[in-house]
Ligand binder design. Structure first.
Ligand code: ADP
Length: 598
């Protein structure tokens, strides 16, 4: 199983766990929000309905209190008391009584005001309404007779309702009649009708006595409720949920009801539930997205790490392979270096060999070069002895000076030979071209002379030029070139060798030319090949020019072979020019003693 699958499984578990937790928390949050919203809305509804209830209770109590006080006040008035008389014929003062009743009704806005005799017969009433003949009349008269305030809720005619307060009229301690005031509820119900809520009054028998809905008036409350439910009322032809707020009016034993519509509570519950659910869903969604992102990030990180590890492994493998290659390369380099060292050593040996070969060539001439001054020294010495015998000291001195000069020449030649035959150094530096050519000529001239070379010319610019090179090795190159020229000119009358040099920018071009037969054109490219020679056996081995080419190349220069138009071979050497070194005090210079500047 891949690490990705493991991570995904892990996250699946987390998701399941989180989902369960989320569901529980969401249920709790939604429940709590709904409950809180319901409480809030309910308290709002109750508060508003409660306010209505309080106000309407006050109004109703106020109205009833006003009319309650009216009959006792009226019954004590003498003008009223005076109305309750009958003449001998049994006739009463009906006209006066009616006028008085009308005045009182108009002033108090009562529904009616009536005067009765104790036997129940009507003296007069204000409005002439039929309420005066209600069946509760005997009760009202009886209670008044006892000196108490009579009262009764009355209904009459087409749904007409009133409340009657009665009080007894006494004259000289005798009960002569009753004053009854009928309360008008029209204004109260009209005020209630403005309210959207149901407002009603139930009496002791649970019958609706007053209500702002005309349909409800005089209906038993049980007829207005859904059977078996006390919280559902008949509203506009159907049953609806209502909250019943009740306040008791103790005087009348009435209950004033206000029905509040609980719809806002339901709406608040619903909207709270919806909001809470939405919030929970959103939170769940955010959590889900965050979790998913986390998962993706972890999977990516794992994948990155795997890639990095793979890369690391590849790099390690490559590095290992490379270091193996490196080792074998450095081994190869070592082998090459050794081979090169061997080659250099062989080359050095070859240089030495070529030098010795040149020396061999020159040895006859050189030994002749020594014999000649030796013979001269001997004859100078013999003559000096003879001059001494004769006492000619000044001649003796002359001869000794000559001997001295010859010895000096031999010593210089010997020094030159010695340093020429030494193994050269490997350093490269500024060297004086003129001196080197002079020393080469010192070694080569005896042989040239023996070969009958007419002249060896050195150009006038040569002495002042300096080149980058090694003294001994450069001397060897010139000895070789001169010896080759001597070889081809040997025995030829008028043979001459011209050595010249000139500076061209940062280079010095040296030419060594002769007027011999020249080099056959097809052999020009081959003359620098090792062991190429046109000479007979024992005369040449063909390494002179090859060594010269190597030496000049070591100095960063070139050597080419060619023929002059007027005949004869011409070798051209190009070397890096050097500046004349600062004169280093009075140091005595050993000729050809070592490489580099002297
Ligand atoms: P070696 O002198 O032993 O033959 P070198 O390498 O010095 O070897 O010379 C190679 C050949 O170049 C000579 O054999 C000769 O044929 C040719 N050569 C060299 N110098 C001259 C010259 N000045 N004139 C004509 N040919 C020359």
């Amino acid at each position: 199983m891949g690490s990705r699958a493991v991570i995904e499984k892990h996250f699946r578990h987390i998701r399941t766990g989180l989902f369960v937790a989320w569901a529980l928390i969401s249920a709790f949050v939604v429940g709590l929000s709904v409950h809180a919203a319901q409480e809030q809305a309910l308290s709002d509804v109750m508060q508003k309905a409660g306010e209505t209830l309080a106000v309407q209770t006050e109004i109703l109590s106020g109205v009833l209190d006003k009319y309650r006080l009216l009959p006792p006040l009226l019954s004590r008035q003498s003008s009223i008391r005076a109305l309750f008389v009958r003449d001998a014929g049994g006739n009463a003062q009906t006209v006066d009584a009616r006028r008085t009743a009308e005045e009182i009704a108009a002033m108090s806005a009562a529904m009616d005001v009536a005067f009765f005799f104790p036997d129940g017969s009507l003296l007069a009433n204000a409005r002439g309404s039929s309420v005066t003949s209600s069946q509760d009349l005997p009760d009202l008269i009886e209670v008044a007779r006892q000196g108490r305030l009579g009262r009764a809720a009355l209904s009459y005619g087409e749904g007409q309702r009133t409340y009657a307060f009665s009080s007894g009229v006494r004259r000289e301690g005798r009960f002569v009649g009753v004053v009854i005031v009928y309360v008008d509820f029209y204004r109260v119900e009209a005020a209630w009708a403005l309210s959207a809520r149901r407002i009603f009054v139930t009496d002791r028998t649970d019958t609706v006595f007053l209500a702002n809905d005309p349909e409800w008036r005089l209906q038993p409350i049980s007829a207005l409720r859904e059977p078996g439910r006390s919280d559902r009322y008949l509203i506009n032809g159907g049953f609806e949920d209502r909250l019943d707020l009740v306040r008791r009016l103790p005087l009348l034993e009435w209950d004033l009801h206000v029905l509040a519509d609980p719809a806002p509570v339901d709406a608040a519950r619903f909207s709270a539930a919806a909001m809470a659910t939405l919030a929970c869903l959103l939170a769940g969604l955010i959590a889900l997205v965050a979790l998913r992102r986390n998962e993706v990030a972890i999977i990516r990180a794992r994948a990155d790490r795997a890639t990095a590890l793979r890369l690391e492994r590849v790099v390690r493998d490559r590095t290992r392979a490379l270091s193996v290659t490196n080792r074998s390369l450095s081994h190869e380099v070592e082998v090459r270096r050794e081979a090169e060292a061997r080659l250099r050593k062989t080359q050095d040996e070859l240089v030495q060999t070529a030098k010795l070969a040149a020396l061999g060539q020159m040895s006859t001439a050189l030994s002749h070069e020594y014999n000649q001054p030796l013979a001269a020294i001997r004859s100078y010495a013999d003559n000096a002895l003879r001059f001494l015998d004769r006492g000619l000291t000044s001649e003796v001195a002359g001869n000794l000076t000559r001997i001295n000069g010859l010895v000096e020449r031999m010593a210089e030649l010997s020094r030159t030979l010695l340093s020429f035959s030494r193994k050269p150094g490997a350093t490269v530096g500024p060297v004086p071209l003129g001196t080197i050519i002079d020393e080469a000529l010192m070694l080569a001239r005896p042989r040239a002379r023996a070969a009958g070379i007419a002249s060896i010319q050195v150009g006038p610019d040569v002495p002042g030029l300096y080149v980058e090179g090694g003294r001994v090795r450069l001397g060897q190159v010139f000895v070789n070139l001169i010896n080759n020229a001597v070889d081809v000119l040997s025995g030829q009358p008028g043979g001459r060798i011209d050595i010249d040099a000139r500076r061209e920018a940062d280079r010095v071009v040296v030419t060594v030319c002769d007027n011999g037969p020249g080099i056959a054109p097809e052999q020009v490219p081959k003359v620098f090949d090792p062991f190429f020679t046109t000479k007979g056996i024992g005369e040449g081995i063909g390494i002179g020019l090859s060594i010269a080419d190597n030496i000049i190349r070591d100095f960063g220069g070139t050597i080419t072979a060619g023929n002059r138009p007027e005949g004869g071979a011409c070798f051209t050497i190009t070397l890096r020019a050097a500046d004349a070194p600062e004169p280093a005090g009075v140091r005595r210079m050993e000729p050809l003693a070592e490489d580099g500047a002297g």
